[in-house]
Design a protein around this ligand. Structure first.
Ligand SMILES: [Zn+2]
Length: 395
């Protein structure tokens, strides 16, 4: 590469790094000559109540900010105006508000942060359809399709056109940045500050495993936080990974804002798991009862399903390319050293045998029967002091 163009690239890299980490407003002002019209038009977060843009899409009113306190009791189906697309339109988030006749706690339910995770959307639709606002105290705000362009592509990550096509994992972006260096970061900022945070006393961000992996009925939840523990244990599911994982998760952005939150995982991506979804509906309804938003007897909880809790996770990564045969199933208990998978080349010769590095329970398994070196094959949940393995988490 000629020296001059390399210097240009380096400078651009430096600028983008600066925007991301240090002086966002100043750097953007230099590079674009000022804030965009979208930024100027938008209100300050949480200070001006619900803002209707005046647009109506498919019969649904469009909002650019939500304060559930402004709305009449009842159910409201709205579109939230997110970041702009390259043609100057917007990515919209479908928002369902169910506001009770009486005041009370406010719970936010989210899905679609990753675009290949469909069971959570169906789960939230099922929950809100069971709610009767006349009998409720408080509110439920659901945002079901947060990463629109990822959902359009049945893909985990947001396709971003900054320096040529790029894929951005939205669940590493929260709480986003108003002047961030990509559209996903700005979309996250709008959604978090104008839609979710102002309306949340508690929040649950539903996911599934990622494409190529299957997973148990599972939570990522910080059980050291009593209000998180109280909610997480109300689900009749298989496993809890008691670990903060890493910054950038939506649930951690809520926690950093003082809002107890956690991340359920409803099995496999790309499909509706109609056997597993009801477990999470039951748990979510239990949470709404726990907070006094709805009344009625508690359903089954984690006590009934005898949840396995581990504070650590370890992945078995493929060392070779080839065809994988798994020797374990989800939820199996394994011993350290137990053989969990074998791999063959195209001649049928065994090129690798994989063993469990720790004793624990199987939390996730590769579903694609081929693998390159470095792909995760098996994830094992276990206990360790101190907790480790948050970065192996496949939400
Ligand atoms: Zn996810």
């Amino acid at each position: 590469m000629p020296k001059k163009s390399k210097e240009v690239l380096d400078r651009r890299d430096f600028m983008i790094a600066s925007i991301a980490t240090v002086g966002a407003s100043a750097a953007i002002a230099v590079s674009t000559g000022g804030a965009s019209a979208q930024e100027e038009a938008a209100p300050a977060a949480g200070s001006q109540g619900t803002v209707y843009t005046g647009d109506v899409i498919q019969g649904k009113k469009v909002i650019s900010a939500l304060d559930v306190g402004d709305l009449e009791p009842g159910r409201h189906n709205l579109y939230f105006q997110g970041v702009q697309t390259v043609t100057g339109q917007h990515w919209y988030v479908s928002v369902i508000v169910v506001k009770g006749a009486k005041p009370g706690k406010r719970v936010v339910l989210t899905s679609g942060v990753h675009g290949d995770e469909i069971s959570p959307i169906h789960m939230i639709q099922t929950v809100v359809d069971q709610l009767d606002p006349a009998q409720m105290s408080g509110s439920v705000v659901a945002a079901v399709d947060i990463s629109g362009p990822a959902l359009e592509a049945m893909a985990r990550r947001w396709p971003n056109s900054g320096r040529g096509i790029d894929l951005v994992d939205m669940n590493r972006q929260w709480p986003g940045h108003e002047h961030g260096p990509n559209a996903a970061s700005r979309h996250a900022w709008l959604v978090f500050n104008r839609l979710l945070k102002p309306n949340a006393d508690y929040a649950i961000d539903y996911h599934t495993s990622t494409t190529g992996m299957d997973m148990t009925a599972f939570h990522l939840a910080r059980l050291d936080l009593p209000e998180v523990r109280a909610m997480a244990e109300l689900f009749p599911i298989d496993q809890i990974f008691d670990n903060p994982a890493y910054p950038g998760l939506l649930s951690n952005a809520f926690i950093d804002a003082g809002i107890p939150a956690f991340t359920p995982e409803i099995g496999a991506p790309r499909k509706l798991d109609l056997a597993m979804i009801p477990l999470f509906v039951e748990g979510t309804m239990n949470v709404l009862k726990h907070h006094g938003i709805i009344t009625g007897p508690m359903g089954r909880t984690g006590k009934d399903s005898e949840i396995f809790v581990g504070n650590s996770a370890t992945g078995v990564l493929a060392t070779h390319g080839g065809f994988v045969e798994l020797l374990v199933k989800l939820n199996d208990k394994v011993e350290a050293g137990q053989k969990v998978a074998i791999q063959r080349n195209a001649f049928g010769e065994v090129v690798a045998e994989y063993t469990a590095p720790k004793a624990g329970e199987i939390a996730a398994l590769r579903t694609d029967a081929t693998s390159e070196p470095g792909n995760g094959l098996v994830s094992i949940l276990y206990d360790n002091t101190p907790p480790v393995g948050g970065d192996t988490y496949t939400e």
